[in-house]
Design a protein around this ligand. Structure first.
Ligand SMILES: [Cu+2]
Length: 651
């Protein structure tokens, strides 16, 4: 499932990369007269660079007309491409394999890039240079290792200097799915890293080729021109090893790459395809000082490329720590931001939603208990759902019983209650009964009074209700994240003595919540950088999807405001006349303590019971008085949005 726009782009890119690679492979083995090692180099690099690899192949290497390859590849810029292709094919393959393995092993990023460098260098030097090129260079395998070391060192340093910061910064960027090889994004970052590494290494490869220190592109017409003795052919096939020589052999129907023949006739004629330092005129031959200078410079580049990500991202984290999280745009993440901080603020993975609520489903529905031995028993199940807050606007949410807010529990003072909580979330949780006097082990704070309920686990809360009034329940494990995502619900306790009831003709409970939804993903809203909400709901819906409260002229309405939200203080206001504040935080105010107001500041955790009288017919608004909180993603529609509902008074 695709969860971000980039996923569609990447899918298209990799289709193009597949097609490009198929074309290059087909053309290389069917038409192009060059050694198998270069054919495979172009195939691998096109796999990594997609259409860019194809472009390089067509413009620099593909024989344009029969018999012209030798002339076509002569320009130095093409020779530089060939040399870089050869370097990147070996080094990048080693780097990518190392990156995938270290991610799966859960090694930290700093170790990841060190291992990538070693693996890239080893594969490039020991296999792609010394082994595959041996039959062209002549000499023994170890002589080739020794001779290739310095050019490979220069080229690898330059490539890694470009590739390492790109990989580290993007893998540890906002979308850290890039750390995990099971995600398309990981391969996208690898491809981009290879591209930047290629560009960084290219100028150095041009110099190495110009100075005869590395091979560029070569022409190999194999058996057509220079039939080799069988013994030589077998030796070459053995040296080149593996698929490369076998494919070459089967295509040409001959004994593999023919070794060493290009030395003859090409040297001394300025054929860039086969220059060697020794054959260059003295004024062009590289000096050891020049080589040392270039090697030192690329080493400085490499150190810089390695150091930069250490200043920007937390290189001590691994793919196991944060390799699946996507961070909110604008969250500040620096080199010591811990994994827990990232996980706390990460988006809900939409792929975890186990249930999609109907668009018109309402939250906070009263849950009827079953009676077991005189105990009122409720079952709550926490899970990831998809929830509609507005027509056309859904969020992922952590929810009790598939609704936001969770079901309203309505009990009577003196009741014995048991609430069985089952955790179907991807993380541990608990439930706290806000404001209640109860046994300490029933209070809910994770790690303080109980072990967190692990995913798949359950816990039963049982107590006798000794108070009455407006209360609520909410998660008390990683509250910062979980309550913001929807784990709360109203707990209304009727008094055992009806005389204690605050009378009203009608009542309505208002549960507030802030949401942060960006780029298709839902993040927990928080009062910090990147965490500020852009949607606001009353009982899980934003205006105009909120309820309309209908009441008759002259009747009284009891509004129970519940501060179930987590980010702001909402000055809740009702049009059409003042209300009487009759209870605060579940406690009924004595008559002299009650007061008239038209706005109450509802902070997180607070409750206010207010009595409003319908004095005039018409549509009267109930809304937050921070105007931004009556918008939906900054947009006012049909007169408002967010924390707003209409009280319709009929005459
Ligand atoms: Cu507000």
């Amino acid at each position: 499932m695709f969860v971000q726009p980039i996923d569609y782009f990447l899918a298209a890119w990799f289709v193009l990369a597949g097609l490009s690679t198929a074309y290059v492979a087909w053309d290389q083995f069917r038409n192009n007269p060059e050694p198998a090692v270069m054919k495979w180099g172009f195939i691998l690099v096109t796999l990594y660079l997609g259409p860019v690899g194809l472009l390089l192949y067509v413009l620099a290497d593909k024989e344009p007309r029969p018999g012209t390859h030798e002339q076509f590849i002569k320009p130095l810029w093409k020779q530089g491409i060939g040399s870089t292709i050869h370097c990147v094919a070996g080094d990048a393959t080693g780097i990518i394999i190392a990156a995938a393995v270290t991610a799966m092993l859960g090694l930290p990023m700093w170790l990841d890039i060190v291992i990538e460098y070693i693996a890239g260098f080893a594969l490039g030097l020991l296999i792609f240079q010394a082994l595959f090129m041996k039959n062209m260079m002549g000499g023994t395998y170890w002589e080739n290792v020794r001779k290739s070391f310095m050019p490979e060192f220069v080229s690898m340093n330059a490539m890694m200097a470009g590739m390492a910061p790109v990989m580290a910064m993007l893998m540890m960027g906002r979308d850290m799915r890039a750390m995990w090889p099971g995600e398309l994004l990981f391969w996208g970052v690898m491809a981009l890293g290879v591209g930047v590494g290629f560009a960084t290494a290219y100028p150095f490869n041009v110099w190495l080729v110009a100075k005869g220190l590395k091979h560029g592109l070569m022409t190999d017409r194999g058996a057509q021109r220079e039939p080799k003795p069988a013994a030589h052919g077998q030796h070459a096939a053995h040296a080149a090893g593996g698929e490369a020589s076998r494919s070459q052999a089967s295509h040409q129907g001959h004994g593999g790459i023919s070794g060493g023949h290009r030395h003859a006739g090409s040297e001394g004629q300025g054929d860039a395809g086969m220059q060697h330092g020794g054959s260059l005129p003295p004024h062009r031959a590289p000096t050891s000082t020049q080589i040392a200078a270039v090697a030192s410079f690329t080493t400085i580049l490499l150190v810089g490329g390695f150091a930069y990500p250490f200043m920007k991202v937390n290189m001590s984290l691994s793919a196991h720590d944060v390799g699946d999280v996507i961070m909110a745009p604008g969250m500040i993440m620096d080199f010591d931001t811990p994994a827990d901080s990232m996980r706390d603020m990460a988006a809900i993975d939409p792929r975890l939603a186990s249930f999609e609520a109907e668009p018109d489903a309402m939250g906070g529905q009263v849950l009827e208990p079953r009676i077991e031995d005189g105990v009122k028993v409720f079952d709550l199940e926490a899970s990831v759902i998809r929830w509609s807050i507005l027509p056309g606007e859904t969020v992922e949410a952590y929810a009790y019983n598939g609704q936001v807010p969770g079901p309203t529990l309505r009990v009577t003072e003196g009741d014995r209650v048991r609430i069985n909580v089952t955790n179907r979330l991807p993380e541990s949780t608990t439930v706290h009964w806000h404001g209640l006097i109860l046994p300490n082990e029933m209070d809910g704070p994770a790690e303080i009074t109980q072990d967190p309920i692990q995913p798949g686990g359950s816990y039963s809360y049982e107590y006798t209700v000794g108070q009455h009034g407006t209360y609520f329940y909410h998660t008390h494990d990683h509250v910062d994240r979980q309550q913001s995502l929807g784990l709360y619900g109203a707990l209304i306790i009727d008094p055992s003595d009806p005389q204690d009831e605050i009378p009203a003709d009608l009542e309505y409970t208002v549960q507030l919540q802030e949401w942060l939804k960006r780029e298709w993903l839902t993040y927990p809203s928080m009062p910090m950088e990147g965490g500020l909400p852009n949607f606001f709901t009353i009982n899980g819906k934003a205006f105009p999807a909120t309820d309309t409260v209908r009441i008759k002229l002259g009747q009284t309405l009891k509004v129970r405001f519940v501060g179930s939200h987590t980010t702001a203080i909402h000055p809740m206001h009702i049009h059409g006349g003042p209300f009487e504040v009759a209870a605060v935080d579940g406690e009924t105010l004595a008559q002299p303590a009650r007061y008239m107001a038209d706005t109450v500041n509802v902070g997180p955790g607070q409750r206010f019971d207010v009595i409003w009288k319908a004095q005039r017919p018409g549509k009267w608004l109930l809304h937050c008085h921070i105007p931004h909180h009556t918008t939906n993603n900054n947009v006012e529609t049909q007169g408002g949005g967010g924390l707003m509902l209409v009280i319709e008074v009929e005459s």
